[in-house]
Design a protein around this ligand. Structure first.
Ligand code: NAP
Length: 324
């Protein structure tokens, strides 16, 4: 349980820059922070394409230009990041939420190196560009919090998510190293590690998967991807999946914590799976469990998912349910 610093409003609101606010978690978090009852946050909600700002404007209407401002920021462009930060009074960012990201699924032999580089450029180098721009000022002020949207796939790998998981592992290695230095300057770094979240992220992945040319792989792998992985993945998303609002709520807890955790998993249903990684340093427990779950005991796994779905339905804790 995180002890929060809530209770009294701060004199001046903290400036929070969030990337990737055109949809999903970034949008939900921007709205939640901007609507904070205690008005503790001034939110700079950024997106690379301002043509997509309507959904955020509609959701945050009463806070616009007061507690929330929408600005352009492409995490793949140093110029764009610099321009955005320079437009903030005193270039003072109290909290950075590095959220923008993209997924990639499929057999690795069917993915181009350009696509793989784009995933790293967004998920990993996007974070490093932001940190290079914002950390020096936080160090000067001896104050700040960098919150990074990682994933359970920053902890363990998953079938057909090779490059995406690698990009999140890179994020975790970078943050774990930097966090030690940051502490010396009184700056916290926190990794948020959601399991599946039902956002456009998932829809985009399946759209890409449907178009994917599988001719560069063998028949068995192509079949494994289309007939085993995709239906499994959809079932996992819809059984264990959280809403963007859920993840935003957890992220607010981390942002307002008296002592922010370095790692924070948002989905307790997923924790038994991530624990396998920490329980056995050889890595075999994780590999064996996933191998057996997918290729040998898939009926039991499917039945367990159906049971979880049923129980969540009965308790009203259904994935996709929005919080008010
Ligand atoms: N959904 C999940 O299951 C899940 C699970 C664990 C972790 N995560 C992580 O959560 C984060 C948010 O994902 P989400 O689920 O909210 O997905 P989403 O709805 O697809 O949102 C991703 C956001 O990132 C933005 N983005 C992509 N490339 C960008 C760039 N170069 N510069 C600036 N913004 C860029 C997208 O903007 P455009 O609209 O312009 O593309 C969009 O606003 C990601 O880091 C993702 O890896 C997601």
């Amino acid at each position: 349980m995180l002890k929060s610093t809530t209770g009294k409003p701060t004199m001046s609101p903290k400036t929070v820059v969030i990337t990737g606010c055109s949809s999903g978690i970034g949008l939900a978090l921007a709205v939640k922070l901007a609507k904070d009852q205690l008005k503790r946050f001034k939110v700079i909600a950024t997106m690379r394409d301002l043509g997509k700002k309507k959904q955020l404007e509609d959701a945050a209407r009463e806070t616009l230009d007061n507690m929330l401002e929408i600005k352009e920021l492409d995490v793949c462009s140093e110029d764009s990041i610099c321009k955005c930060v320079n437009s903030i009074p005193g270039q003072k960012v109290d909290i950075l939420v590095s959220n923008a990201g993209m997924g990639l699924i499929g057999p690795v032999e069917c993915q181009s190196l350009d696509t793989m580089k784009m995933v790293f450029d967004t998920n990993f180098f996007g974070l490093t560009r932001l940190v290079k721009e914002i950390l020096p000022d936080m160090k000067r002020r001896q104050k700040g919090h960098i919150v990074v949207m990682s994933s359970v796939m920053g902890i363990h790998g998953l079938l057909f998510n090779d490059v995406y998981a690698a990009s999140k592992f890179a994020v975790e290695g970078f943050c774990e190293s930097l966090a030690i230095q940051a502490l010396k300057f009184n700056i916290n770094i926190s990794l948020i590690e959601p399991g599946p979240v039902i956002t456009e992220f998932e829809a985009k992945l399946y759209e890409e998967a449907a178009k994917m040319d599988l001719s560069s792989t063998d028949e068995e792998t192509a079949k494994m991807f289309r007939q085993l992985y995709l239906p499994y993945s959809k079932k996992v998303f819809h059984t264990l999946g959280q809403t963007a609002e859920d993840v935003a709520e957890h992220t607010v807890k981390v942002i307002t914590a008296e002592k922010p955790p370095f790692r924070y998993q948002t989905n307790s249903l997923y924790t038994p799976l991530t624990t396998l990684k920490f329980a056995d340093p050889t890595g075999n427990l994780h590999l064996d469990t996933y191998y057996k779950m997918i290729f040998q005991h898939d009926r039991i796994f499917n039945a367990s998912l159906s049971l979880i779905k049923f129980l969540r339905g009965r308790s009203g804790n259904q994935p996709g349910r929005k919080h008010s």
